[in-house]
Design a protein around this ligand. Sequence first.
Ligand SMILES: [Zn+2]
Length: 259
Amino acid sequence: MKSIKDSFTTDAINIKTYPLGEYDNIVVMFSRQYGLIKGVAKGVKRPKSKLGARMQMLVANKIMLKNGRNFDTICEAQALNTFNKLRTNLDKLTYSMYLTEIINVMCTDSDEDTQNNERIYELFYNVLDGIANSLNKTEIFLNTIRFQLKFMTQIGYGAEFETCLKCGCKIKDSAYFSVLSGGVVCSNCRYDFDTYIGLHKKIREFLIAQQNCKYGEKTSYDNLVDENFCEKCFLLLKKYIDSRSLHPTRTLKVLKEIT
Ligand SMILES: [Zn+2]
């Protein structure tokens, strides 16, 4: 329990900052041990701030926080990964921001389930690193899709692509994905076409492979898919995730409006 000690150390990735007074910022972070946490970065907006650039969005730090009455204060930060390549490409930045939004809306503050936090942290770190090092948009999508699938599984909302949700049969061909139920039904169990998204066999097999592989592992599909194929999968998963959250994600909507 972090509240017992005066100060504590953890690895954390910055996901959001907002101003507090003239010189300070509140930084929302996803931490390895405690899940979502907030801390005040004092004097971060002064020119000679010792926290400085390490407190910007999408930087992973080892931080030391001091317990406070309203907010904990970030005393020290040592950069673990600044994911610099994310900031040189609008697509990389946009999809990373989308992922931070998912974490922010789907995770709870100071979650005590350390093992769960640890796994989400690793997944988040890996996806940012993967997107930062992507060579094209297909690779950005591949990373994003893996995160969407694995994150949902980790928080207990894993999507089902193999077994019909209604009759339990093992699906061999194309199927119908129900956004609301988060899984597929077979052609016999589909009674109202409008509520389902048709899922071609290839898409279904691709998603199963991405869901089941280890994060950094290559699957036999990775070199076969293109940007359009990946975008379809991404949007399907985005719809599903939005249906599970109280606040649908806005990052991509905002981008569409400004470009
Ligand atoms: Zn069925």
